[in-house]
Design a protein around this ligand. Structure first.
Ligand code: ZN
Length: 335
């Protein structure tokens, strides 16, 4: 079951940008990111900031000021070359050496449109790069690819896209569960066409910051990068509600455990970023009856705006939402 961890650490961890658009590394974000259409309080705009990673979409006026409440788990890279009809021509290349582990050739099966996922067997455990809205593929599932190898062409497949907004949506992620479909089918009535490579089963990192940091220092590792992510909330989970007493995630990514695993503590505390990226896990002496929110970054508005809806309430009256509870269940493997 954890063979992906045992075989990790074989591939070169050098990374590069996936298209000829290199404006990110030239500090020219405006020409790197594809804009989104926005209508906020009846003012229409096309902000390029909507293409960045993070809380960059769905503006709201709140007690914390005007904030974006919708999380964008990857980056939207603008095409550089188009033909005379406006069709994008940029090749999409592998950001690192890896293997094609998933391809979705049926556009309407996902908001990502036609997408593919590469697995990179790095020292800290497998990481996944995801390339979405492609117009077509140049590789097959199971194929090994070299860094910079062409894997497809930039397009505008997927919902809500048009030719003007054609872009490559790129993510770099860790995988939550190897039994995702079982969890999915418990809570959703629609079909999961993508097995473990459904976007909900992948926790995306701030890939723009990662690519910039790696450009300066290719020896930077995922565990080092993750240690710089701010903690936004913590959840304490009773040991008996974790399948086999230890989350699958901790076996696949051993760096997540801050202290050696002790089976005799009554619970485990997981620290998350605002997007729900699992930053670290520590054994805890707290006794809780169910997964419990034990800390959250203070804010003046509703916690749901800052946590993808996983935390509900405001001020000190905060707790895991139903959605947050399901998310914890996916991580704990108890379903
Ligand atoms: Zn996107």
């Amino acid at each position: 079951m954890f063979s992906d961890h045992l075989e990790a650490g074989k591939e070169d961890e050098t990374v590069m940008l996936p298209t000829i658009n290199h404006h990110l590394l030239e500090n020219d974000e405006k020409n790197f990111y594809m804009y989104v259409y926005r209508n906020f309080e009846n003012v229409e705009s096309r902000p390029w900031t909507g293409g960045k990673y993070g809380f960059v979409r769905t503006m709201r006026r709140t007690a914390d000021g005007v904030i974006c409440t919708k999380f964008h788990e990857g980056i939207d890279i603008k095409p550089i070359k188009r033909d005379r009809h406006g069709n994008p021509l940029d090749e999409v290349k592998a950001i690192a050496a890896g293997k094609v582990v998933y391809m979705n050739p049926i556009s309407h099966h996902s908001n990502y449109g036609k997408y593919l996922v590469l697995e990179h067997r790095w020292q800290g455990g497998p990481v996944y790069s995801l390339y979405a809205h492609l117009s077509g593929f140049n590789v097959r599932e199971g194929q090994k690819v070299a860094i910079g190898q062409s894997i497809g062409k930039l397009g505008y497949t997927g919902s809500g896209l048009n030719r003007d907004r054609a872009h490559l949506h790129l993510e770099l992620a860790v995988k939550f569960s190897t039994r995702f479909t079982t969890w999915h089918d418990k809570y959703f009535s629609d079909a999961n066409h993508h097995g473990n490579y459904n976007g909900m089963n992948l926790a995306g990192l701030d890939i723009a910051s990662f690519l910039i940091a790696k450009h300066k220092n290719q020896s930077l590792t995922i565990p080092q990068f993750v240690s710089t992510i701010p903690v936004h909330y913590k959840v304490t989970i009773p040991r008996k509600q974790i399948k086999n007493g230890a989350p699958e995630l901790a076996k696949r990514y051993p760096w997540i455990l801050k202290t050696p695993y002790q089976r005799n503590t009554p619970s485990l505390e997981i620290s998350f970023s605002d997007s729900g990226f699992p930053i670290s896990m520590s054994p805890s002496d707290k006794t809780v009856a169910a997964p419990t929110l034990t800390w959250v970054e203070p804010c003046s508005s509703k916690h749901e705006y800052h946590t993808k809806g996983f935390v509900t309430g405001s001020g000190n009256r905060a707790s895991l939402s139903r959605r947050g509870q399901r998310f914890i269940e996916l991580i704990c493997g108890q379903f």
